[in-house]
Ligand binder design. Structure first.
Ligand code: SF4
Ligand code: SF4
Length: 176
C-alpha cells in the first residue's frame, strides 16, 4: 500500500475522539498550548513520512517554521535519518481533520512486546490530562480506533523502527 494511503486510512481509523466534543474545553487546551510555563514554544514531531504525505500544502502547520532534525545532530533510532518538527499555525483554529497522529493518539502510546502491538499510557506525563482519572467517560470507540490506526501505521518500516525503539526505552526505564 502506498504511504499516503496508509496515512489516510490511519487518520480515518484514529478519528474518534476521547470524549464527545472538544476535550480541550476541560483544560483550556492543555495539549495544544503554544507556550509552556517557561515561555518555550512547543512543536510537534511527525512520524516518518507523515509531514510529507499529509501536511505539505495544507495550512495546519506553519511551513516557514518547519525544522528538519537530522540524526547527526539529534538522537534517533538506528535506521531513521531525519524527523520533521513543526509548529501549529494557530492552536485556536485547528483543522481537526488534519491533526497529526501525535494529537490523535494521546494519551495512548503504541508499545511493541514480542512484535505484538499494545497501547500504553505513560506513567510520567509532561502535563496532567484531567481525563486520565476519568476513564469511565472515555468513548469506547477511541481506544479501538487508536489501536487499529497504529496497526495500519506499522506497515511503514520506519514507523515500526520508531515504535520498537520507544518500546525498548520504556522497557529499560521501567525494568521490564
Ligand atoms: S490534556 Fe486531556 S483533556 Fe486536555 S486537550 Fe489534552 S487530551 Fe484533552
Ligand atoms: S494539530 Fe491541532 S490538536 Fe494538534 S497541537 Fe496543533 S492545534 Fe492542537
Amino acid at each position: 500500500m502506498a504511504y499516503k494511503e496508509i496515512f489516510l486510512k490511519a487518520y480515518e481509523a484514529m478519528s474518534a475522539t476521547i470524549i464527545d466534543g472538544n476535550c480541550g474545553e476541560l483544560c483550556k487546551g492543555h495539549c495544544c498550548r503554544s507556550k509552556m510555563e517557561n515561555g518555550e514554544v512547543l512543536g510537534i514531531y511527525f512520524l516518518p513520512f507523515e509531514y510529507e504525505m499529509m501536511q505539505v500544502g495544507e495550512n495546519l502547520i506553519d511551513a516557514d517554521t518547519v525544522e528538519i532534525h537530522k540524526n547527526d545532530e539529534y538522537e534517533m533510532p538506528e535506521g531513521i535519518e531525519q524527523l520533521v518538527y513543526g509548529f501549529c499555525r494557530d492552536v485556536t483554529q485547528c483543522n481537526r481533520e488534519l491533526r497529526p497522529v501525535q494529537c490523535r493518539t494521546y494519551p495512548f502510546e503504541p508499545h511493541l512486546e514480542d512484535g505484538k502491538l499494545q497501547l500504553v499510557i505513560e506513567k510520567e506525563q509532561v502535563h496532567k490530562c484531567p481525563l486520565l482519572s476519568q476513564r469511565d467517560c472515555w468513548n469506547p470507540e477511541f481506544e479501538k480506533g487508536i489501536l487499529a490506526g497504529w496497526e495500519i501505521l506499522l506497515q511503514i518500516p520506519e514507523i515500526r523502527i520508531v515504535v520498537e525503539s520507544e518500546s525498548e526505552e520504556r522497557r529499560n526505564r521501567y525494568g521490564k
